[in-house]
Design a protein around this ligand. Structure first.
Ligand code: ITT
Length: 196
């Protein structure tokens, strides 16, 4: 089985990635591969940041490296928190506080203006080939209260009208089937399979 390093420190992401790629690839988190580095996400788009993360780690280990850059875009807030989703209100602030803050900033905003999406760009960096980047999205609305225990990050406020629940109430399998990361991972898997 071909080994791929995944450049993330986010345990929520690793679970989702292994669920989609785990049958075809040996997915190793960068920490497990003995790589510990701080990467400055200096890009201005999800795609640029994903490529920066993947290429930085690839240069350190010389193996194929995948990285994801993802976040939540809220239309009423002009796309905030966007590429700053992890850093919004400070990296170490709890998601209960971040999520409640976003609900508060949308106080009185009617449902049709609460549209939002999760975006995920995934980059693959190779020692001997140009970097490949793909994107996936999931559309929803910002809910009125925090709900659900699954997933991570902003899932408890991301309401999916067609399911009548937040993405934190979906089972892990259901989330992977429809999520930004699931879609981007399947697109990336196809690209990687074509390169074999
Ligand atoms: P790495 O850079 O180490 O991968 P990170 O958590 O800092 O981890 P990002 O810079 O890509 O990753 O930030 C993504 C943030 O966007 C993440 O911390 C969540 O706040 C949010 N996010 C992304 N995907 C999400 C999902 O599926 N569910 C809930 N929140 C998500």
């Amino acid at each position: 089985m071909k080994r791929i390093i995944f450049a993330t420190k986010n345990k929520g992401k690793i679970k989702e990635i292994q669920a989609v790629l785990g049958d075809s690839y040996e997915v190793v988190a960068m920490e497990e591969a003995g790589i510990d580095t701080e990467i400055d996400e200096t890009g201005t788009t999800f795609e640029e940041n994903a490529a920066i993360k993947a290429e930085t780690v690839m240069k350190l280990c010389g193996e194929t490296v995948l990285a994801d850059d993802s976040g939540l875009e809220i239309d009423y807030l002009n796309g905030e928190p966007g590429i700053y989703s992890a850093r919004y209100m400070g990296h170490d602030t709890s998601y209960d506080i971040k999520n409640q803050n976003l609900i508060d900033r949308l106080k009185g905003v009617p449902e049709e203006k609460r549209t939002a999406r999760f975006v995920c760009a995934i980059a693959a960096a190779f020692p001997d080939k140009p970097t490949v980047v793909v994107r996936g999205t999931m559309e929803g609305i910002i809910g009125y209260k925090i709900k659900g225990e699954n997933g991570f990050g902003y899932d408890p406020i991301f309401f999916l009208p067609e399911y009548g629940m937040t993405s934190a109430e979906l089972s892990p399998d259901e989330k992977n089937r429809i999520s930004h990361r699931g879609k981007a991972l399947r697109a990336m898997k196809q690209r990687l399979d074509e390169m074999e």
